[in-house]
Design a protein around this ligand. Structure first.
Ligand code: EZ4
Ligand code: CO
Length: 402
């Protein structure tokens, strides 16, 4: 089944998305997400200028070979731009293969290992009171797991606290916004957040938190230890994880489970953390870590070490990524949890899909393929609008991790 055409779509139904559509001689087509928040055009160009010309005429059924061709064959392997492009191709090809088989994708991946995918929502507020109220709201909507973030006294803006209570979008139009960070202020404040949440809302739901790469290993060890009584499902990205050995220090100080990997791109980025039991959940996802083919490889490797998946599912990962991710997570044995930030109404209209939320989980319909489409006509109403993620500085002006 020859690939006859492929093109990149860029649209901004509330935020920017880059989508690849691959067409075949049989008339079947597949869709893949290629969105890299704040660096969208780099991936679009990588696909249009360098990948698509190499795809035309190839057999769409040879997914593994095309994956290897684009990974090994580029010489400059890895990295977020390359891997987002490979992800888009891979996701679109699995979509085509499943459509050709007239099956939902999860069937090709081994069939259902569970009925639905437990998701966590994002509760946040400017202070502990507001965050508690937001968490309560998510529980009343049926969520079994809630991530809770809160404003920190003395810091004006903070990661994870949004104006809109049902979805969170950190990227802003124009140049990057500068925020101010203090680990000391954060560490003074955050244990009281979980204490209050558990006091008021109990222990009958999973409680999660994202540190967003801000602490040093010893600070993260202190935090993990301090919040042990509140039994977190996970503490996410406690430190930047380039130096994966540094996670050992955190592990020596706390039994709070750790989740890392949303900015990882390959199995090589996860390898040390997984094989040394330094994390409990791996957060790599379809769009940034090589598509279905590579994420399944990561999940299988992780399963040897009791590490379960906790895929990234922020709003900058399009419904195409989410849909594909649900199929994979439905099939694998070591699914843990999935992040779920609702997309805007406009985004959902541009990307018609057949997954739906019910009782704290996402469920899939039985459409052949991954079940997510791109409405190109609607997408054309929303032209690309440059936006950036914020940057962080310490109170004295030093650049820090956002
Ligand atoms: O900041 O997806 O766990 N979720 C996150 C996200 C990321 C954004 C960056 O594009 O950390 O909110
Ligand atoms: Co995160």
């Amino acid at each position: 089944m020859k690939i006859t055409n492929a093109r990149v779509n860029i649209t901004c139904p509330g935020r920017n998305f880059v989508t690849l559509k691959i067409e075949t001689e049989k008339g079947l087509y597949g869709i893949g997400d290629a969105t890299l928040n704040g660096r969208e055009l780099a991936v679009a160009s990588y696909l249009s200028d360098h990948v698509i010309p190499c795809l035309i005429g190839r057999d769409a059924q040879r997914i593994e070979d095309i994956w290897q061709y684009l990974y090994r064959g580029s010489y400059w392997r890895g990295g977020p731009v390359t891997m987002s492009a490979i992800s888009a191709v891979d996701t679109a090809l699995w979509d085509i293969k499943a459509k050709a088989a007239n099956m939902p994708l999860y069937q090709l991946l081994g069939g259902k290992s569970r009925d639905g995918i437990m998701v966590y929502g994002h509760a946040n507020g400017r202070d502990i009171e507001e965050s508690c109220a937001a968490a309560e709201k998510f529980l009343s909507l049926g969520y079994k797991a809630v991530r809770v973030q809160s404003g920190v006294p003395g810091l004006e803006t903070i990661y994870g606290v949004s104006k809109d209570k049902m979805f969170y979008e950190p990227a802003t139009k124009g140049l990057p916004v500068e925020q101010v960070w203090s680990s000391a202020k954060y560490l003074n404040h955050i244990p009281a957040l979980f204490e209050t949440i558990r006091e008021r809302l109990g222990y009958e739901f999973h409680l999660l938190h994202d540190v967003h790469h801000r602490l040093t290993p010893i600070e993260a060890g202190q935090l993990g230890k301090a919040v042990e009584p509140y039994r977190l499902f996970w503490l996410e990205d406690p430190v930047p994880a380039e130096n994966q050995e540094s996670l050992r220090l955190i592990r020596q100080h706390t039994t709070t489970p750790l989740a890392i990997g949303e900015i990882f791109n390959t199995i090589w980025d996860c390898k040390t953390l997984i094989e040394n039991h330094l994390i409990d959940y791996i957060r790599t996802t379809i769009v940034h870590a090589g598509g279905i083919t590579h994420l399944r490889r990561i999940a299988d490797f992780a399963s040897l070490y009791h590490v379960r998946t906790g895929c990234h599912g922020a709003t900058d990962l399009s419904p195409v990524c989410l849909g594909a991710s649900l199929h994979l997570n439905l099939a694998i044995p070591n699914f843990g949890i999935h992040e779920y930030m609702r997309h805007t109404k406009e985004t959902d209209e541009v990307f018609p899909h057949d997954y739906y939320f019910e009782n704290g989980a996402l469920y899939l319909g039985d459409k052949p393929g991954h079940g997510v489409d791109l409405d190109e006509e609607k997408a054309a109403h929303y032209p690309y609008n440059p936006a950036y993620l914020p940057v962080n500085r310490l109170e004295d002006g030093t650049m820090w991790n956002w």
